[in-house]
Ligand binder design. Sequence first.
Ligand code: CTP
Length: 486
Amino acid sequence: MNKKKLLNILGKKDLLEINTKNSLVRNLSNENLIETDLIELISNLVNHNIWQLIKEITWEAEIKAWDLYIVGGVVRDLFLVNKNKKILTQDIDLVVDGNNSPLNIGAGIEIAQTIKQRHPEAKLVVHYDFKTASLSWNEDKRYGSIQIDIATSRTEIYPYPAANPKVQLASIKQDLSRRDFTINALAIKLTSPERGKLLDLFMGLLDLKKAQIKVLHPNSFIEDPTRIYRAVRFAIRLNFNIEANTIQYIYDATKNEIYDKINSEISILPSLTIRLKNELRSILGTNCWRASLELLSYFGALNYLHPKLTLNNKVLWQMRYAVRFIKYVNPHYKIVQWLLILEILLSSIPQKERNFVATNLQLPSESIKRLLEIQNINKKINQRLSSYCKVSDKVKLLNKFNNVELILVAAQSKKEIRSLIWQYFTRFSKISSPLSGHDLKKMGYLPGPKYKKVLSILLDKTLDREIKTRKEAEVIVQQIMARRLD
Ligand code: CTP
């Protein structure tokens, strides 16, 4: 990231830039908000069928005399998107304030279970410990792919830094005050009375206008280090700056052997690493991966993954190459960008410790295996590829490895090897034998195991440019068959 951009995010930008950013925020001042029907605004922005679903959930809450709020990302984005532009969110967060109703399971779970009865096609997942439930639809005809989380308003108590929080039922106001940033602590009431009322206890709307990420309390990052990743993600994605005190709180959290501390508790903290992985998935899967990683590194926050994790120019350069490869081969090869970038990042950790880090992050088993084997694969490909003269031999060697391995090796190798692997993807792997089994049959040869051998010889000779036309291929076939190959 260039210095100017970094300074911008850290809040040292000029006024002109702030003004440009402000234009992103809807023209709603605090005074006209009361009159503005936020309900209508949301209903116009989300898909019609999903809005009907939200209305159903709202009725259920009203029947029980509970208060229902829409919170989090949707409310934040509501103030950011252009008028008339639909919100493309796949994740809607609702909170039920059960007004201290003496329910054991939690009001949110009860409503979700009622909705599930009416929509058996929905998938319901209940987290009793957290008093939350989520209903999801996958490529549904009416709703598309959407997840609606229905939580019961609650506070979270962190028994010790970075621990999994313990949950206690609480009012919506307490619920909002446990959240990460002012811009994410906005809620809109969906039930009557005061339907459409905006709850903005921490001046989140003002921060949206100022285009700044501001934390709600000094200990936020110590309690939940994933919030550092979130601060960076929102700052880069929304082009916001991070407020000065918030930056200081990030430094307070990242100094002092955090990794050792967290590591000593890793057996009781598995969900911290999983939450970090989920944030990394969101960060590295977008075009903002580079700026976000640089900012995380600048804050020392990559040390939550491993103290020796470094983001130097070499590693960044490898990532850029890998992303360029992916852009070319996807969507056909379905290569997962965030995972590949993460694997390159983790490759800079000493090999002996990689397994531990990757396992804690619960990466897929093939990723963990690759991280352990990539050095050997790299060596094998580099040594053999340079010693082979014939293209067909090079292709046969590369055919033995999967695409992710090849992209990793290409990104981590010198120019000649990289360009050979590039040619493999872009040219050689697309070349096929000029004749098919069907053609051999037409030429009068009886089908059998020799077909495979003949076709493979034809492919090799085509790759090596020894045959260029069908006619030449037919001559070769006749010669091979005369030699009674079988
Ligand atoms: N939240 C939090 N601390 C976290 C994660 C989430 O306080 N570590 C709160 C925030 O209020 C956030 C809400 O939970 O807005 C929902 O979280 P999530 O769905 O993960 O993120 P969104 O804010 O909805 O952002 P995105 O649009 O990227 O999904």
